[in-house]
Design a protein around this ligand. Structure first.
Ligand SMILES: [Zn+2]
Length: 258
């Protein structure tokens, strides 16, 4: 993290950029949910995907070959996600949306905390736990009851229609990103004049593609992340601080769009 003077000047700069923007898009990653107790399961050395490698259980091939192994792997993360509450970072984005600045939140997270905090427009580029689909007949059902039942009885969830295995609609390694969601996310990245990137170090994947797209279109980037990111050099404001501290500080004292 940076010295306090750098953090506060970054926050002032971010406020200024957002107030003068016509369309701010937020782009969020795991770092916005770690203060809610959800581990960054893609980070090397932490959480479930230790050493930065996706275990076979967390890939679509692993899922297809061994659904039980997948659900065993998912259980500890799921327990944390279902118990988690939105934190001040999620709440600050809700304030900025209700003040008319943020038009959409694009997130790599599947934890639903943005929606639970009250964000109205959320694009989930890594899918969602809020729905589950049968891998045999493609019947789609609300995901949470399926997952809660699994945590209670530890049986692989089965389709009520055909008995096939149910898969939560999260994007596993080896799967395509959701096409329509990505289409909308790219549209938002092209349309915004400020992109507020929070809690992601942008190491490849959809987040870096979208930040790059926005930057190419002359959008100003604000980067809020504990550690340096690949986009710091391109950003108009860089704040190396916890998102749950920095985002409320940015929203504080701002009034709605006149
Ligand atoms: Zn089915």
């Amino acid at each position: 993290m940076s010295p306090p003077s750098e953090i506060s000047s970054g926050i002032e700069r971010a406020k200024e950029l957002i107030v003068h923007s016509h369309c701010t898009v937020a782009l969020t990653g795991a770092g916005i949910s770690t203060p809610s107790g959800i581990p960054d399961f893609r980070s090397p050395g932490t959480g479930l995907w230790a050493r930065g490698e996706v275990p076979r259980a967390g890939s679509i091939h692993g899922f297809a070959a061994d659904p039980e192994g997948f659900y065993d792997w998912l259980a500890p993360l799921l327990t944390r996600i279902l118990a988690a509450q939105p934190n001040p970072a999620h709440e600050a984005l809700v304030s900025l949306e209700s003040m008319g600045y943020i038009k959409v939140v694009v997130t790599q997270n599947v934890d639903m905390l943005h929606q639970r905090a009250g964000s109205e427009r959320v694009l989930e580029v890594h899918g969602t736990l809020a729905q589950a689909t049968c891998i045999c007949c493609y019947a789609a059902v609300p995901g949470l009851p399926v997952l809660e039942r699994f945590l209670a009885d530890r049986q692989v969830p089965r389709c009520e229609r055909c008995g096939g295995v149910m898969k939560p609609n999260v994007i596993l390694a080896g799967e395509q990103l959701p096409a329509l969601v990505m289409l909308e996310a790219r549209r938002a990245a092209r349309a915004c004049d400020v992109m507020l990137v929070a809690g992601t170090s942008l190491p490849g994947g959809p987040a870096s593609e979208l930040a790059e797209l926005a930057s190419r279109r002359q959008a100003q980037l604000i980067v809020v992340n504990r550690a340096p990111t690949l986009f710091d050099a391109l950003a108009a404001a860089v704040i190396h601080e916890d998102a749950a501290i920095a985002l409320p500080a940015i929203a504080q004292g701002m009034s709605g769009r006149p």
